[in-house]
Design a binder for this molecule. Structure first.
Ligand code: CA
Ligand code: CA
Length: 448
C-alpha cells in the first residue's frame, strides 16, 4: 500500500526522471523543456531553480518560499498588502507572495497616490533652493553638498524610501499572477543579507528618485545620482531572478532636465548585485529602455571570492551601459540577445564591462547591431578584467568581440579566466536562433 511519504517519493522520482529526460535533450530550448517538465509537477508558485541552472543552483540551491504553509502564502494587489506579506526582514519562515496586478509603490496605506511634493512636504526641501545653494559658481566643485538644503533633501529622500523600498526576507518567492499584468511601479525590491529568494514574472517600471543628489566630485563635471534600483541585491545569496521585465517607461531619460550642465538622472540600476552578493542566476528577463542597467559589485575593492553570477537567455534592448558591468566575480554570460538599436532615446555606450579583475565568460550571445555602431564599442574594461568565450554573434556572424575591442583600446581585456563554468543546464551551443526564440520566451507575462 502506498503511504503518503511513499507517494511523495514516487512523485519525486517521476519528476526527477522527467527532468533528466529533458536535460538529455541538448541544443535549442533544453532549459525550456526542463522548465516545462517542472511545471507539470509543480505550480508556478512552488517552482524552484532547476539543478545546474547557473550559480544560484550551487550548494543548497534556490527554492525560495516553496515550503511555505498556507498561513505564509499571500496574494497581494496593493502596496500595503505587499508590505504586510513581506513581514519582518529577519523572519526566515518560507513565504510565497503572489502579486496580482500592478502595485504602485508611490501610494499611501489607503492606496492614495503620493507625489514627490508629498514626500518633500514638511522637510523644507525645494529644488529651486537646492540649485541655488549648490550652484558650482557659488558653492564650488570640491566638496559634496552639506547642511541646509542638503539636509532637507536627505530628509525628503528618506520619506520616499520608507514608502517605496520593499525589504525581502530569506526563503521568499515573489511571483506575478499570470494574466494580471503583475508588477511593481516606482519601487525597489531590496534583497539584503538574506539567502534563498526567487523573483519571477513581474514587471518593474518607473523606479524614480524624487530627490537626486548633486555630487560635484563624481567625474570631471559632477553628476546627479539617484538611489533606487528596481531590484537591488546587497550581500544576498542564492537569488533567482527569472522572467521579469525591467523598464524606465513611461518616463524615459530623454525627459530628464539638465542642471549645472549635467543630466538630472532620476534612475539608478535595474538589477544591481553588490556588496558581496553571491550565487545569483538571472534568466529569461527583458531589460529595456534604461541607462545603468546591472552593476555586479559597486566598487573596485569588493572582496574576492563572491559576486558569482550567471546571466542567460535575457533580452537587453535599448540599454546604454552595464549589461552588466562586472567586477571581481566569476560571471557567466550566455545565450543573451543584445539589441543595441537606439530605442526611446537610449543609445548604447557599451554592453559588457569587465573590470576590477572580473572573470567573465561570455559565450554564444547574439548582438543585433545597426549600421553606425562599431563592434569594438560593445565591450569595455579597465585593463584588469577578463572576458573569455566563443560563439558570440554580431548580426548572425560569429565575431571575436574581445579582439575587436582590444584592437581599438589601450586598456585590453584579458582573454583567460581562472574558472570553467559547469552549472550550465540548458546552455545552447549556438547563438543563431536567439533573436527568434527569446522573443516569446522572456520577460514578464510569459509564464503560466
Ligand atoms: Ca544601484
Ligand atoms: Ca589594444
Amino acid at each position: 500500500m502506498a503511504t503518503p511519504s511513499h507517494r511523495r517519493s514516487l512523485r519525486k522520482r517521476r519528476a526527477l526522471l522527467t527532468s533528466v529526460a529533458a536535460v538529455a535533450v541538448t541544443g535549442l530550448g533544453a532549459s525550456y523543456l526542463v522548465m516545462s517538465a517542472n511545471a507539470n509537477a509543480v505550480d508556478l508558485y512552488h517552482q524552484t531553480l532547476a539543478a545546474k541552472d547557473g550559480w544560484a543552483s550551487s550548494g543548497t540551491g534556490t527554492t525560495g518560499g516553496a515550503k511555505a504553509d498556507a498561513a505564509h502564502t499571500f496574494t497581494v494587489s496593493t502596496r500595503a498588502q505587499l508590505v504586510k506579506a513581506l513581514g519582518s526582514a529577519s523572519d526566515t519562515t518560507p513565504r510565497i507572495i503572489k502579486v496580482k496586478g500592478t502595485i504602485d509603490a508611490n501610494t499611501d496605506d489607503a492606496g492614495k497616490k503620493l507625489t514627490c511634493a508629498n514626500y518633500a512636504s514638511g522637510t523644507g526641501y525645494s529644488l529651486t533652493s537646492y540649485l541655488k545653494a549648490y550652484d558650482p559658481a557659488v558653492y564650488g566643485r570640491s566638496k559634496l553638498p552639506s547642511g541646509g538644503q542638503e539636509t532637507a533633501r536627505a530628509a525628503a529622500q528618506k520619506k520616499q524610501a520608507a514608502n517605496i523600498v520593499f525589504k525581502v526576507p530569506a526563503n521568499t518567492t515573489l511571483v506575478g499572477v499570470p494574466g494580471t499584468k503583475a508588477g511593481i511601479t516606482g519601487g525597489m525590491l531590496q534583497i539584503q543579507n538574506v539567502d534563498n529568494v526567487i523573483v519571477r514574472n513581474l514587471t518593474f517600471a518607473a523606479t524614480e528618485d524624487c530627490f537626486p543628489q548633486w555630487d560635484p566630485t563624481d567625474g570631471d563635471e559632477g553628476n546627479w545620482n539617484s538611489t533606487y534600483d528596481s531590484v537591488t541585491l546587497r550581500g544576498a545569496t542564492h537569488v533567482w531572478a527569472d522572467h521579469n521585465t525591467f523598464t524606465d517607461a513611461p518616463r524615459f531619460d530623454s525627459a530628464n532636465p539638465e542642471y549645472f550642465g549635467r543630466e538630472y538622472q532620476v534612475h539608478d540600476g535595474s538589477l544591481d548585485i553588490t556588496k558581496s552578493s553571491d550565487l545569483v542566476t538571472v534568466s529569461r528577463n527583458q531589460f529595456t529602455s534604461h541607462d545603468k542597467t546591472m552593476l555586479i559589485g559597486s566598487s573596485d575593492s569588493e572582496p574576492a571570492g563572491k559576486l558569482r553570477v550567471s546571466i542567460h537567455h535575457n533580452v537587453w534592448k535599448g540599454i546604454v551601459q552595464r549589461a552588466p558591468l562586472g567586477r571581481v566575480g566569476q560571471i557567466h554570460i550566455y545565450n543573451n540577445l543584445y539589441d543595441v538599436t537606439p530605442l526611446n532615446g537610449y543609445a548604447v555606450q557599451y554592453s559588457i564591462n569587465s573590470r576590477a579583475k572580473a572573470q567573465v565568460v561570455a559565450e554564444n550571445n547574439h548582438w543585433k547591431v545597426p549600421a553606425g555602431v562599431k563592434v569594438a564599442k560593445l565591450l569595455s574594461g579597465d585593463g584588469t578584467g577578463a572576458i573569455k568565450g566563443t560563439g558570440n554573434a554580431v548580426n548572425s556572424t560569429v565575431t571575436d568581440l574581445v579582439a575587436a575591442y582590444n584592437a581599438a583600446s589601450s586598456k585590453d581585456l584579458k582573454t583567460t579566466v581562472n574558472w570553467t563554468p559547469t552549472l550550465t543546464a540548458g546552455m545552447e551551443s549556438s547563438a543563431k536562433n536567439l533573436p527568434t526564440s527569446l522573443g516569446t520566451t522572456t520577460g514578464a507575462g510569459v509564464l503560466s
